[in-house]
Design a protein around this ligand. Structure first.
Ligand code: ZN
Length: 333
């Protein structure tokens, strides 16, 4: 990859119509913190009818002026799935939030992610962080699409990709997925045991995993605070990272919201066949409403893990509940 093509990719917004599309989003500021998204994979893996059937296609079609083409195709009913990480930089510190699918991982349950091969690390370097520059890896939860680049294969074994990083893992989440005694050993997701073995255990073995119980303050000062809280629902130990700097704030919420339609329909949940994706439906719905309300009150940016937006979203109240704003959803006059 030459320098010119890297430069063009800096400005590249991945095209949701291109399966496997990747790139990095433009940098934006949350007060003193500079943020980037690094997209590992972008495409339409499932249809709305397969995963979000509890909101009728007619309702999606009524919203298509802003859903299409970024989030949904009215023609195919396909929903965009964006797998991405977020790089935060402040005062020489670099935090990477979630680590995608990873290269070369055995993921037979999801064929498009099996033995994936993408230039994710090149993209991350273009955004400003070589592997050795990452100081902190924050994992919102331990699903297979959030932890893959924790490790890379060095020819012999899986080793931490970020040799100087502390990997922050919610203790509840770690215990839940831990095959040695965790309640979810032999999970409904057949890939999760593989995930733990190739993407979590090597980080623990290297002494780089830090199991935390919230709330956890990463940094605090007169005009900058970064903290982690456990907000269970999607998984038992899911975490939210909050940045507050000056009058700006942002909440990186993992999979508490998994489609922009959830902003206007906070009770909808994803389901594959008979299997709900969220661990606890009542809990995740309450958490989602609480989060949306907090985002409105604070004027905070929300950055869900899988939204195909360069810089998250803002949320406002409308007559029936919540709505997306700030250029992603056109003002609904
Ligand atoms: Zn996810």
């Amino acid at each position: 990859m030459d320098t010119d093509s890297r430069d063009s990719e800096v400005r590249n917004t991945p095209d949701p119509s291109t399966p496997g599309g990747f790139g990095i989003g433009p940098a934006y500021q949350v007060g003193r913190v500079r943020a980037h998204r690094i997209v590992e994979w972008n495409g339409q893996l499932f249809t709305r009818g397969q995963v979000f059937a509890d909101v009728d296609r007619v309702e999606w079609a009524a919203q298509k002026s802003w859903l299409e083409p970024r989030f949904w195709s009215s023609e195919t009913d396909g929903v965009t799935l964006t797998i991405q990480s977020f790089l935060l930089e402040y005062e020489g510190t670099r935090i990477l939030i979630d680590t995608g699918i990873g290269n070369g991982k055995d993921r037979p349950a999801v064929p498009p992610f099996h033995q994936l091969d993408t230039p994710f690390l090149d993209q991350l370097a273009t955004a400003g962080a070589a592997p050795e520059d990452v100081d902190i890896v924050v994992l919102t939860h331990l699903h297979s699409d959030h932890v893959g680049w924790n490790t890379r294969f060095d020819g012999h074994s899986w080793v931490p990709t970020f040799p100087n990083a502390r990997y922050l893992i919610p203790r509840t989440e770690f215990d839940f997925w831990n095959p040695d005694g965790g309640p979810n050993q032999g999970s409904a997701d057949e890939d999760q045991a593989l995930v733990f073995a190739d993407s979590i255990a090597p980080v623990v073995a290297a002494g780089q995993a830090e199991l935390w119980e919230g709330p956890l303050t990463l940094t605090t000062g007169t005009d900058l605070a970064i903290s982690l809280d456990v907000v269970p629902g999607h998984t038992p130990g899911s975490a939210v990272l909050t940045v507050s700097s000056g009058s700006d704030s942002a909440m990186f919420v993992g999979d508490l919201l998994s489609t922009p339609m959830m902003v206007g329909h906070p009770d909808m949940c994803a389901k594959f066949g008979d299997h709900w994706v969220d661990d606890n439906l009542d809990q995740v719905r309450a958490a989602r409403r609480d989060l949306l309300g907090r985002a409105v009150r604070l004027g905070a940016r929300l950055v869900p893990a899988h939204f195909n937006t360069d810089a998250g979203i803002f949320v406002s109240r409308d007559t029936t509940g919540f709505a997306m704003s700030d250029g992603v959803r056109p003002s609904h006059t």
